[in-house]
Design a protein around this ligand. Structure first.
Ligand code: NAP
Length: 267
């Protein structure tokens, strides 16, 4: 059995650029065959050729606009038809930053359709397949903006808040099985998404921006260490533990069936 037979095939969405392109390279280096998904065929072909040449794995490209139902169907169908798939990286995402009155409806639809709609469809397609085999890994790329909103990021942060909560639910669903689900929460990372969003990278404090290679290497190290939630740039892991403990404490405090005393004055 070759290394590739053991690892199987990884489906990487948004593999034509940025973080997805690095995932493709790193997973190929680890011995995965690849299915690379994005809209720009020429860029996908370039990534595929260089990965094949460098790592000798099988690489298939699938040109798809994941915000379009028919294209999404094609990617979803892969999971039913290709038994070699063992890993999904739900990475494709888009962002338009700006005031809510300036963001066009088409940009809102692109963010919700891709960041939420496609991620859910593909997560569920992978889940069905991986549950059958009791094995497989789903990596969902959220964002630290999933737990914070800037004045210009309401829609994007909303979509990433969805990714964070949805993925945590997915983790609960697979608890006790051999299916793994990792939620990756990058902070600012040097990719084209910034320019495309309307905020150039040059507008950010350079010390706050990670290289995509570092981000992906840290996220994969987190996966190797068995992490379910990975914050690649956060040094102090206790911060997230405290945040999560406070979240659960708040939930628990809400479950008492009566108004808080400060609201009794309206009676
Ligand atoms: P990027 O460089 O702009 O790459 C986005 C990728 O998604 C490209 O391959 C693009 O390919 C693909 N894509 C965009 N729209 C698509 C569509 N409708 N259908 C199919 N593919 C589509 O962005 P990135 O920074 O690598 O982003 C990757 C993920 O990381 C996203 O989910 C993003 O939200 C998340 N993230 C990024 C940062 C950051 O600072 N960079 C921080 C936190 C989280 P085509 O254009 O060829 O389709």
């Amino acid at each position: 059995m070759t290394m590739n037979d053991k690892k199987g095939t990884a489906v990487v969405t948004g593999a034509s650029a940025g973080i997805g392109k690095i995932y493709a390279r790193r997973l190929a280096k680890r011995g995965y065959d690849l299915v690379l998904v994005a809209r720009r065929e020429n860029l996908l072909d370039e990534v595929a050729s260089s990965v094949r040449a460098e790592f000798g794995v099988k690489v298939q490209t699938l040109v798809a606009d994941l915000a379009i139902a028919a294209d999404l169907d094609n990617v979803e169908n892969l999971f039913a038809s290709d038994d070699s798939i063992t890993l999904l990286v739900n990475n494709a995402g888009t962002s338009t930053l700006g005031s809510l009155t300036a963001v066009k409806q088409s940009e809102v639809d692109a963010m919700t359709g891709l960041n939420i709609g496609a991620l859910v469809r593909l997560s569920l397609a992978a889940l069905r397949k991986f549950n059958e085999k009791d094995s497989g890994t789903i990596i969902n790329i959220g964002s630290v903006l999933g737990f914070h909103t800037l004045p210009i990021s309401s829609i994007y942060s909303g979509t990433k808040g969805f990714v964070n909560n949805f993925t945590r639910g997915l983790q609960d669903e697979v608890a006790g099985t051999n299916v793994k689900v990792q939620l990756v929460l990058p902070a600012a990372t040097a990719t084209d998404i910034w320019e495309l969003s309307g905020v150039p990278l040059s507008a950010l404090d350079p010390t706050s921006v990670m290289e995509a290679e570092q981000m992906v290497d840290a996220a994969l190290a987190g996966l190797d260490q068995g992490e379910t939630i990975t914050l690649p740039s956060v040094e102090d892991v206790q911060l997230f533990a405290d945040y999560d403990a406070a979240r659960l404490k708040l939930l628990e405090a809400s479950q008492n069936g009566k108004s808080a005393s400060r609201y009794l004055s309206a009676r």
